[in-house]
Ligand binder design. Structure first.
Ligand code: NDP
Ligand code: 2IT
Length: 446
């Protein structure tokens, strides 16, 4: 390892003990940026990288609520306000039992560079709770959201910090959170994105991350005179991102053969079609059931407790969670002919897996570039809220498509190597960094 990276990481680890995911995210960025910063000493003197790794503010709070049995439950709530150099803090909320400070700091850190890549004026943040929405009634979820927002409301605002969804936080949760914010503050503002269409949401926001990820994959394939059309695609997850990634792959003429949840994955050799996807939407968003039901319903293969990466595919879209593709699985993907990986999830590939993809010279689009479509349309939702004027589906989708093309170009600009191979990891890290870094220098030591 580069000794400068090693030194930098030793300080990060000492200062942020027991946060392995945060270390992992910072290390990947440091490996791209430290050589770049050496060539641009103004960033070194201003200690931009050191400042980027220190949140502007971290808020941790108690979230007490009463379950359907009348018992008191206590969860922990968080908001990491990471960086506001180029706009208000912006980023999702995650409700999942594995949520802890380190996970949210990794997500907030990634968010800063991702939001910069979108070209829109958004700083970076992330929040959430160790609350598990699985198996809870709508009333329980509502009471939890109301308690969570009762505290969070004093820290956020349309020009201060604008949360949205992530794992475990979808339209239902955003609705309850928004209702409570409005009630406490007596103001109807764009304080959250991912809102319902009736109360200030944007068309295409639900679709945006999945669609954007597939647009990004298409751009990468285009650099090799190739496209999604006719490709066999393996997808993990079956939540918001995965569902709309499947839809866009279908629209572009590809065949999706896998989806998963935390219990296992389905392998549908014939490909997921419109009717089967409608079943998934109902299963996951209304009935909140397990992916196994898909295999029972359509008679395809189901692998309990496994991940889909052993299935032969041309394109892989990891759309579930962090560290869900390890080095061995990456080797297997490449060996089976996979030529493009685009990450709908945040940091789904382990460092070993990334090394395999880069060494194999396949097209590898890291999450902060490939999944930026979600937050990009959140930014467009903020614009529409400020104008108090909604845009049509076409208008938003066109803008999303243009933004994903721009992000791709930025990655190529900063990531192209001497032999012509684009290292999208370096491209995204450096491309996202420059705007934030220049804004921080302009604003002085803050
Ligand atoms: P959802 O909650 O809608 O869906 C999450 C999916 O991933 C579910 O299928 C879930 O299965 C699976 N999953 C979650 N945790 C695990 C785990 N520990 N192990 C295995 N499977 C798991 O979330 P989203 O679709 O919104 O988010 C998916 C990924 O995309 C996350 O990494 C998120 O950070 C990222 N992302 C989301 C954006 C958005 O706009 N929503 C934007 C950019 C990135 P199960 O139901 O069994 O838990
Ligand atoms: O990881 C992400 O970019 C998100 N969960 C979306 C954040 C947002 O503010 O829309």
């Amino acid at each position: 390892m580069d000794p400068r990276v090693e030194q930098f990481m030793a300080r990060i680890k000492a200062k942020n003990p027991a946060e392995p995911e945060f270390h992992q995210a910072v290390m990947e960025v440091a490996e791209s940026l430290i050589p770049f910063i050496e060539e641009h000493p103004k960033y070194k003197h201003a200690k931009i990288l050191e400042r980027l790794a220190e949140p502007e503010r971290v808020i941790i709070f108690r979230v007490p609520w009463i379950n359907d049995k009348g018992e008191i439950e206590i969860n922990r709530g968080y908001r990491i306000e990471m960086n506001s150099a180029i706009g208000p803090f912006k980023g999702g909320l995650r409700f999942h039992p594995t949520v802890n400070l380190g996970i949210l700091k990794f997500l907030a850190f990634e968010q800063v560079l991702k939001n910069s890549l979108t070209t829109l004026p958004m700083g970076g943040g992330k929040g959430g709770s160790d609350f598990d929405p699985k198996g809870k009634s709508d009333n329980e979820v509502m009471r939890f959201c109301q308690s969570f927002m009762t505290e969070l409301s004093r820290h956020i605002g349309a020009d201060t910090d604008v949360p949205a969804g992530d794992i475990g936080v979808g339209g239902r949760e955003i609705g309850y959170l928004f209702g409570q914010y409005k009630r406490i503050r007596n103001e109807f503002t764009g304080v959250l994105t991912g809102k319902g269409i009736e109360y200030g949401g944007s068309l295409i926001r639900p679709e945006a991350t999945g669609y954007g990820c597939v647009y990004f994959a298409e751009e990468m394939l285009n650099t090799r005179e190739d496209s999604i059309k006719g490709k066999t695609v393996a997808i993990s997850g079956s939540g918001n991102v995965a569902q709309y990634a499947v839809q866009k792959v279908m629209q572009l003429g590809g065949k999706v053969v896998t989806m998963s949840d935390s219990n296992g994955f389905i392998y549908d050799k014939n490909g997921i079609d419109e009717e089967k996807l409608a079943f998934i939407f109902d299963l996951k968003n209304i009935r909140r059931g397990r992916i196994r039901d898909y295999a029972d319903k359509f008679g395809c293969e189901y692998y309990e407790g496994e991940r889909p990466w052993k299935i032969k595919c041309d394109v892989a879209l990891p759309d579930a969670t962090q560290n869900e593709v390890d080095g061995k699985e990456a080797e297997l993907l490449v060996k089976n002919g996979c030529l493009c990986v685009a990450e709908g999830a945040n940091m789904p590939s382990t460092p070993d897996a990334i090394e395999v993809f880069l060494r194999s010279r396949i097209l590898y689009g890291p999450g902060k570039a490939a999944n930026a479509g979600g937050v990009a349309v959140s930014g467009l939702e903020m614009t529409q809220n400020s104008m108090r004027l909604p845009w049509s589906r076409e208008e938003v989708d066109d803008r999303l498509h243009t933004i994903m093309k721009n992000i791709h170009q930025t990655c190529v600009k900063y990531g192209k190597e001497a032999d012509g191979y684009t290292n999208y990891v370096n491209g995204a890290n450096i491309g996202g960094f420059v705007k934030v870094a220049d804004a921080m220098i302009a604003q002085g030591v803050v």
